[in-house]
Ligand binder design. Structure first.
Ligand SMILES: [Zn+2]
Length: 191
């Protein structure tokens, strides 16, 4: 009898996803690709270190469809490089740092598998590339800032599915081990 109860509980808790209501708000962050063969490199130059101020699945704002986002603490004007090559699809750079939530400077890069990288909170006139241009991984693309809904200068980096309705889990090949992506509060050096 002792072994029957856990099996019944397992059956009910996995049957329809209602067994873990405490996780449904933040979502579950899983399914990371192997970091050492990842298609992505850290979006800052080789030799530079930055701290991750918020990783995946919260706690503050990286929830729901945005759960695989990263916030990277960066002084205004820090160099941002392409985490992966692609085509510059869209950008905005007209707003001052410290403005309102609808005053967001950003840059989008479409990758060859259809996914879309977004680099948010750039500084005014912080876009260094032209619309429609093709960039390679590691190319200098933008300068960080504090525009839009941002409490403190940082880069928000995320990769969206081709339909742009969800984020995808990302690891980075040119830094220390990041089996489950980058972790809040840790510093990472681009190698
Ligand atoms: Zn963020």
């Amino acid at each position: 009898m002792k072994k029957v109860l856990p099996l019944i509980l397992l059956f009910f808790s996995t049957g329809c996803g209602q067994g873990v209501p405490e996780l449904s708000h933040a979502g579950i962050c899983d399914g990371y690709p192997a970091w050492d063969t990842s298609s992505y490199k850290l979006p800052w130059p080789v030799g530079i270190s930055h701290e991750v101020s918020q990783g995946n699945c919260g706690p503050a704002s990286h929830l729901g469809a945005h759960r695989y986002s990263y916030d990277i603490r960066m002084d205004i004007g820090s160099s941002i490089v392409a985490a992966r090559g692609g085509v510059i699809e869209k950008f905005e750079e007209q707003y001052d740092d410290g403005g309102g939530c609808d005053e967001l400077n950003y840059l989008s890069i479409r990758h060859n598998d259809g996914t879309l990288a977004k680099y948010l909170h750039l500084t005014r006139n912080g876009v260094l590339v032209n619309l429609g241009a093709t960039v390679n991984q590691g190319d200098s693309i933008a300068l960080s800032g504090n525009s839009g809904c941002s409490s403190g200068a940082h880069l928000h980096f995320m990769v969206l599915t081709p339909d742009e309705k969800d984020t995808v889990p990302i690891t980075f090949s040119n830094t220390t081990s990041n089996v489950r992506g980058l972790i809040s509060g840790k510093n990472y050096t681009a190698q």
